[in-house]
Ligand binder design. Structure first.
Ligand code: NAD
Length: 499
């Protein structure tokens, strides 16, 4: 049976009114399992109105009380973790364990946000001039919005909503139309945790809804995560409408493997980082850069052996290493890239096209794919494939290996595997990429640090989560104070006598 989903506005589910819908698939079976409404402009304006009405009282609620609601929300999400993970897998296609991780990493950010009373503290300078003190405080922006991608339907909405709400804003989420059910369920759990109606809202939709959010002057900030062309256009539009924006885009993450690296460790790391979640992670490693011919030969041998043992299967099958990709169009795009790589002259070591899974003839399957002898002029190197495709680009020496990620247009994450502290230190210092791993495959920073790529992977200034998120979702007010002398000099403390 095909379910009809809704929006979640003003603390309750609201049916779509535009008569436009998008299909939500089960990527394992290839079947439509739900239809999600695509909001029209009027529906978005109604949500903004509700959010604006709720925001004032929410901002006036002291930060510690706001944090207590977030505590309860974290408890509720933990109680419902398995149910949420199953729902997430069913629309996204990632394995159940991976879906649990998606939710877990979102919760970790909300846990940090429960420190809002501390994170929102301002600065104070005593005696900045004679008798003058200066202090600064952080105030919420008002109504803010998040526009999020399909690949982390729990984590990324919570990266945005956690800090925004903790800081006293009302939040409107426009999640991906591919997997909207977990965001809707999170909205219910926020309400159950005691969040006032209108503080967290979910408006489903496409470009029309996004444009309405961008154009309305009551929406003061836009946090976007998705592909680079959309990130860049949303950044431009937000700026043109006088909003602050942080817009994170695509990636092409490299892993450099030095000749002294533990090659088994590096190969294991590449398998997890390259193929986990079918490569549909912005921090997936899609380029391996072995340094020197011997390193390359040994690494490719090890990868080939490990790929042969990988199991691609149904998301809820505990033996699956990864599941299907999210959509038929994604499968087609990835297979086209594989064909392009062959046509451009790369060596196709393992071909994931035509992968089948018993019992799921119509699933969106792509098997693990490995290319060797990829060069920096090829499309499969220059562009983000966003699938289980790993390219080996052989570097002659360290300097060439350092140049590859530094000169790539994307700059999200990068890793180096080596036993040499000096090489690792030099690499971390000089590489032109925002997040660096040293002997760790996916250098995803933890919740109390910030997350953000450079170059075409991120437009705007402040990063996601950590202290930056609180700066992004608040405005700074600076107060300069001088008090005239008063009570201290000459006030009469004697009780006035009655007549
Ligand atoms: P996408 O750009 O297609 O969609 C992202 C969001 O934008 C969705 O909510 C979508 O509905 C909306 N959208 C799509 N087209 C739009 C348009 N023309 N106008 C306005 N809004 C539009 O991205 P996706 O396929 O959902 O996600 C995958 C991409 O996200 C990959 O490129 C991946 O690298 C990137 N990503 C980046 C990060 C990061 O932190 N840098 C994290 C996760 C994913």
């Amino acid at each position: 049976m095909v379910r009809t989903l809704s929006h979640y506005v003003g603390g309750r589910h609201v049916d779509g009114a535009s008569d436009r819908f998008s299909d939500v698939f089960d990527p394992c079976t290839g079947r439509v399992q739900a239809r999600v409404p695509l909001a029209g402009r009027e529906e978005v304006l109604a949500a903004i109105k509700d959010a604006a009405a709720a925001q004032e009282a929410w901002a006036a609620t002291n930060p510690q009380r706001r944090a207590r609601i977030l505590h309860r929300f974290v408890d509720l999400v933990n109680e419902h973790l398995d149910e949420l993970a199953e729902l997430l897998s069913s629309e996204h296609g990632k394995t159940f364990a991976d879906a649990q991780g998606d939710i877990q990493r979102g919760i970790e950010v909300v846990e940090v946000c429960t420190g809002a009373p501390h994170l929102l503290k301002g600065e104070f300078s005593d005696s900045a001039g004679a008798g003058i003190d200066v202090h600064s405080l952080r105030q919420p922006l008002g109504v803010v919005a998040g526009i999020t991608p399909f690949n982390f339907p729990a984590m990324i909405p919570l990266w945005k909503a956690g800090p925004a709400i903790a800081a006293g804003n009302a939040f409107i989420l426009k999640p991906s139309e591919r997997d909207p059910s977990v965001p809707l369920r999170l909205a219910e759990l926020f309400t159950e945790a005691g969040l006032p109606a209108g503080v967290f809202n979910v408006v489903n939709g496409d470009k029309e809804a996004v444009d309405a959010l961008l154009e309305d002057e009551r929406v003061r900030a836009i946090g976007f995560v998705g592909s680079t062309p959309i990130a860049q256009s949303i950044y431009a539009s937000a700026a043109a409408h006088g909003k602050r924006a942080q817009c994170f885009g695509g990636a092409k993450n490299h892993m450099v493997i030095m000749p002294d690296a533990d090659l088994d460790m590096a190969a294991d790391a590449l398998i997890g980082a390259g193929y986990g979640s079918a490569g549909e992670r912005c921090m997936a490693v899609s380029v391996a850069v072995p340094v020197g011919r011997a390193t390359a030969e040994s690494l490719v041998d090890r990868l080939r052996e490990r790929i042969a043992k990988l199991r691609v299967g149904a998301s809820m099958d505990p033996d699956s290493d990864f599941g299907p990709v999210v959509a038929a169009s994604a499968k087609e795009r990835i297979e086209d890239y594989i064909a392009a790589g062959v046509a451009e002259g790369a060596t196709l070591v393992v071909d994931g096209r035509g992968h089948t899974v018993e019992g799921y003839p119509d699933g969106f399957w792509v098997g693990p794919t490995l290319f060797d002898h990829v060069t920096s002029d090829m499309r499969i190197y220059r562009e983000e494939i966003f699938g289980p495709v790993l390219s080996v680009v052989r570097a002659a020496d360290y300097e060439e290996a350092l140049r590859l990620p530094s000169e790539h247009r994307y700059g999200n994450g990068v890793a180096i595997f080596t036993r040499d502290g000096d090489a690792a230190r030099d690499f971390a210092s000089r590489v032109d990429v925002g997040m660096v791993g040293i002997n760790v495959p996916i250098p995803v920073p933890i919740a109390y640090y910030t997350f953000g790529g450079w170059k075409a992977s991120g437009f705007g200034d402040l990063n996601q989560h950590g202290a930056d998120a609180f700066r992004f979702y608040t405005k700074t007010k600076t107060v300069t104070t001088r008090w005239p002398s008063g009570v201290r000099e000459g006030a009469d403390f004697a009780m006035p006598e009655g007549s």
